[in-house]
Write a protein that binds this ligand. Structure first.
Ligand SMILES: NC(=O)c1ccc[n+]([C@@H]2O[C@H](COP(=O)([O-])OP(=O)(O)OC[C@H]3O[C@@H](n4cnc5c(N)ncnc54)[C@H](O)[C@@H]3O)[C@@H](O)[C@H]2O)c1
Length: 437
């Protein structure tokens, strides 16, 4: 049944999480009207990634776009025209997602907004009876992720998180290989993300809100601040109010693989971080552009590293994952994978695997997997628990860094959680409030 040998996340960061888990979400038991019926979808947050998702969805048979929602009229109109080009039809346009959610004909929504909106929109969508595809990281904070997970259990909707590597064939192959113990005892997992954009945007002065933008609705639950392009479209990721920097942006994808492949179901024993804003230049970035985070486990280490503003890295790759085992090292990213064996008596212990170039349709397959699950024809490749855990690993790296503390867990519970609560649980700006599930 479990095609890709997914595991359920059972240990959580605290009591609230344990209560949130509802075992046995069995989407195959959902009574979809008829497999041949059209799934009517809406998109909330249309500029970049959100539109990519919708584009893939509309390439699938039996999918119609009933609505587009964005707080930027310019984005909305451009995307309406793009949908018209792709389908010959223009969907209804919304500037407030709550209005779109009132449309009873919409079965599912894709959420492509910045991270600070994921929690409210995902939960409101489930409460309105919609299935949800929410982009990674699942939420901007740990507490919001806990709430989304709790809501998924309560409302029983299909919730796919946008860690689309899980639907990529070579990632599935690697997960199976690791689960079969091919590399022998795993000692270290290295994860790295060196991206030019990771040093943050250039600092520019505040300015007037661009015409057509409902800036108050872009901010939503985040604090009220003057408009500044260096924390708006695309670059909001480097401001704590909206995102978490490279470690949550790319971390959600990269942490996801060892968590899945090594069957890690909860927090590490401890996490500590070093780094800072070292790149230089006058950049609008809140978090470290250069950071190394150590995740301690009983019998192996996991090490995250990023160097924003650079584009080179270990094994000739600017980002990737290296699993180091007694038998060899497996290196993987979206461009391909290889195995470098260890040797014994000058002979390789396992077969060398030269660079393998993968198919690159994981993103498209991930959207198809969401739609197939709604129809009751598949099981989700990235359920909310997996989204929660991958985001959690990024968040705890950031918390260790921001507080200068070494975080530790005792039987799955964060020690001295109250000390970190101001980062774990956000304060929403009124009239928004954290949903009660
Ligand atoms: N899976 C991936 O590989 C991948 C890649 C890129 C981005 N992402 C994720 O996708 C999400 C969006 O990122 P992006 O780069 O597309 O951001 P973006 O800034 O380019 O686009 C976000 C859009 O959301 C709109 N928006 C903001 N608040 C809204 C609201 N309340 N209602 C409706 N629309 C609203 C903005 O106006 C904008 O058009 C993020 O969570 C990001 O982490 C995932």
């Amino acid at each position: 049944m479990d095609k890709y040998n997914r595991r359920k996340f059972i240990k959580t960061s605290g009591g609230a999480l344990a209560a949130a888990m509802t075992p046995g979400l069995n989407f195959l038991n959902q009574n979809w009207r008829d497999p041949s019926d059209t799934i009517s979808v809406g998109l909330i947050g249309c500029r970049s990634m959100g539109f990519g998702l919708l584009h893939h969805a509309l390439n699938q048979p039996g999918v119609a776009c009933a609505g587009l929602c964005d707080v930027d009229q310019n984005v909305l109109e451009n995307r309406a025209s793009d949908v018209n080009k792709q389908t010959g039809k223009t969907p209804k346009l919304y500037s407030d997602y709550r209005k779109m959610l009132e449309d009873k004909d919409i079965d599912a929504v894709f959420i492509g907004t910045p991270d600070h909106w994921h929690c409210l929109i995902a939960i409101h969508a489930m409460q309105a009876g919609k299935h949800v595809y929410v982009e990674k990281p699942l939420a901007r904070t740990i507490a919001e992720g806990e709430l989304i997970m709790k809501a998924a259990g309560k409302y029983g909707k299909v919730v796919q998180v946008g860690q689309h590597q899980r639907s990529g064939v070579h990632w599935q192959e690697i997960a199976r290989m690791m689960q079969a113990g091919h590399l022998g005892k795993i000692r270290t997992v290295n994860l790295w993300a060196n991206f030019d954009y990771g040093q943050g945007p250039e600092r520019v002065p505040d300015e007037a809100v661009p015409e057509g933008v409902n800036y108050d609705m872009w901010l939503g639950p985040a604090p009220k601040r003057p408009f500044n392009p260096n924390r708006f479209h695309g670059v909001w990721r480097f401001d704590w109010d909206y995102g978490g920097g490279l470690i949550t942006d790319w971390g959600a994808h990269l942490f996801d693989i060892p968590l899945w492949a090594l069957n890690i179901q909860g927090p590490p024993k401890s996490v500590s971080s070093i780094g800072g804003i070292f790149a230089g230049g006058d950049r609008a970035i809140d978090m470290a552009d250069t950071q190394t985070v150590i995740y301690e486990f009983d019998d192996f280490n996991m090490v995250w590293e990023h160097n924003g503003g650079t584009e080179t890295g270990p094994y000739g790759r600017n980002y990737g994952i290296a699993f180091k085992g007694n038998n060899g090292t497996l290196i993987v990213n979206r461009e391909g994978w290889e195995i470098i064996p260890e040797t014994e008596d000058d002979k390789p212990i396992i077969e060398e695997v030269p660079f393998q170039e993968p198919g690159k349709r994981g993103h498209e397959f991930h959207v198809a997997n969401f739609l197939d699950t709604i129809r009751g024809e598949a099981e989700l490749n990235c359920p909310v628990e997996a989204g929660y855990l991958a985001a959690f690993y990024g968040h705890i790296g950031n918390i260790a860094h921001r507080t200068g503390e070494r975080l530790s867990w005792d039987s799955g519970t964060l020690v001295n959680r109250s000390q970190f609560e101001h980062i774990i649980t956000p304060q929403y700006r009124k009239p928004w409030s954290l949903p009660k599930i």
